[in-house]
Design a protein around this ligand. Structure first.
Ligand code: ZN
Length: 210
């Protein structure tokens, strides 16, 4: 149990399952901290956090590229085939006179996730090989700010609703981008979940064994 509630930069570890407070411990490579009462995971070592974040972020980046390059879905209406990509939605909104909405969709479903994933790679890559760079602080701050702006699942919900509406008048064929997008939502959520900001800042401050 942590004797003091809060002493400077040292932070206590709280078990999210049973609320037991543990004193902060330094973790060596490959080690993890578990709750002494219920056995839940409290924290992972720097190397493990970095390796997991990097893998999920890299996979997500590849999927994001696939999701933007390939067709999302195809509509077949009276012999005509219309291919829809993520960019189609953005440009169509702009053409229809909704520039703000168009920018919002582009930002939340493409730009924010892209910057976020590149940021996670830039934060976890050097951690993985034991490097510290001054610019990593800025990267950490950008990741913190962008978390709230990455809303790919909202975009997907919009796509599903429009697909259901359109299915009454057109044949819809789902494209590879949709499947890439579905997996991307899972992997990018995982990347954000395993990236542990306190571990990252402790590492930059040299408070953790690399
Ligand atoms: Zn516990």
């Amino acid at each position: 149990m942590g004797a003091e509630a809060e002493t400077g930069p040292t932070r206590d570890l709280l078990c999210h399952d049973c609320d037991l407070v543990h004193a902060h411990v330094e973790l060596e490579r490959g080690e993890k901290a578990v709750c002494t009462r219920c056995g839940s995971l409290l924290a992972r070592g720097v190397h493990e956090v970095a390796a997991r974040t990097f893998s999920f972020a890299l996979a997500s980046l590849v999927l994001l590229i696939v999701a933007n390059v390939f067709p999302f879905m195809e509509f077949k209406i009276a012999g005509r085939v219309q291919v829809a990509r993520i960019t189609t939605g953005v440009t169509q909104l702009w053409k229809d006179g909704y520039p703000e909405l168009s920018c919002m969709v582009a930002f939340t479903s493409v730009v924010a996730p892209l910057v976020m994933l590149v940021g996670l790679l830039m934060a976890s890559g050097p951690m993985l090989v034991g490097h510290r760079h001054p610019w990593m602080r800025s990267v950490g701050k950008v990741i913190g700010r962008l978390k709230a702006w990455s809303m790919m699942e909202v975009f997907l919900l919009g796509v599903i609703v429009s697909a259901i509406k359109l299915s009454q008048m057109a044949d819809i064929v789902f494209g590879p981008a949709l499947f890439a997008f579905l997996v991307l939502i899972v992997t990018s959520t995982a990347a954000v979940a395993v990236y542990d900001p306190p571990t990252f800042w402790d590492y930059l401050d040299g408070r953790d064994a690399a």
